[in-house]
Ligand binder design. Structure first.
Ligand SMILES: [Zn+2]
Length: 278
């Protein structure tokens, strides 16, 4: 599903710094006999953080909070669960499709209304994600050019967290290395930006970790925000943005972010989304 008109656009740029050593692997695990788990690297051999890794961490944080306050798969479904653990099951989706009888707008509305709040913001197989994290290239001046090896880290093969029986030698990026970070959200809806802002706050406070060995203290990262901007979905805001695209929209201050957070928290408290205006 795509957005048929401009939905608004929040953009954030900054630096994501590794506070502790960081391992993000190439995905998939080699045979357990392999002693070395290499880092994911770009075409020039430089380490980077896939945008999907960062987005996954932001989503997981939001999912945990929403599920704790409102334990219902209509509020926060389990993305890793089976199809029946999702907010919209394949059966229900098929039913909605039949009921819409080819009316795409009606179908889209019904699908959004029955998707949980987390899927509405972070997407689902049936729903475009509002949030997009670009791959994070390393800031070359902060990187020594080398990697370190952590020997004998016991990891759970499925979750890349510590605790499994098998021990691996991990390639890690040294603490202090930083990455360019760009996050966009295709929305100007306050409660949606509020859920995202809550997760970004965790990142700014250094409370989120990425990659392998998180429970052993690896992968802690800290976001330094450099710029936040918003383009609203109304014609005037869009025209101002289009007239000066380099500016990237109107600057967003802390008070605005706080109002978005308040909107998300109000929705959680009331167990209902605010009625959307416009
Ligand atoms: Zn969901």
């Amino acid at each position: 599903m795509t957005f048929d008109r401009f939905p608004g656009r929040f953009a954030l740029s900054g630096r994501l710094e590794a506070v502790t050593a960081l391992h993000i692997g190439v995905g998939g695990w080699g045979p357990p006999t392999g002693s070395d788990l290499p880092l994911i690297r770009d075409a020039l051999g430089r380490p980077f953080i896939p945008g999907s890794t960062l987005k996954g961490a932001l989503r997981a944080a939001v999912e945990r909070w929403v599920r704790t306050v409102r334990p219902s798969r209509q509020r926060a479904c389990a993305i890793t669960g089976g199809a029946d653990a999702r907010c919209l099951t394949p059966t229900r989706l098929e039913q909605l499709r039949r009921e819409a009888a080819g009316d795409e707008a009606r179908l889209a509305q019904a699908v959004v209304a029955e998707s949980c709040w987390v899927c509405q913001v972070f997407g689902a197989p049936w729903l475009a994600s509002r949030v997009a994290c670009a791959d994070l290239p390393v800031i070359v001046e902060t990187w020594s050019g080398g990697v370190m090896v952590r020997e004998g880290v016991a990891l759970d093969r499925d979750t890349e967290t510590a605790g499994g029986g098998v021990r691996y030698d991990l390639e890690v990026i040294p603490a202090g290395t930083a990455f360019h970070c760009q996050i966009e959200a295709a929305t100007d809806v306050p409660w949606q930006l509020g859920l995202l802002a809550l997760a970004l706050r965790e990142l700014e406070a250094g409370r989120l970790a990425l990659g392998a060995g998180r429970s052993r203290g690896l992968g802690r990262v800290l976001l330094h925000v450099e710029r936040r901007t918003l383009v609203r979905r109304d014609a005037d805001s869009l025209l101002r943005y289009l007239a000066a695209p380099v500016e990237g929209g109107e600057p967003v201050d802390d008070a605005q972010v706080a109002s978005w957070v308040a909107s998300a928290l109000d929705a959680l408290r009331a167990d209902a989304l605010p009625v959307e205006v416009g």
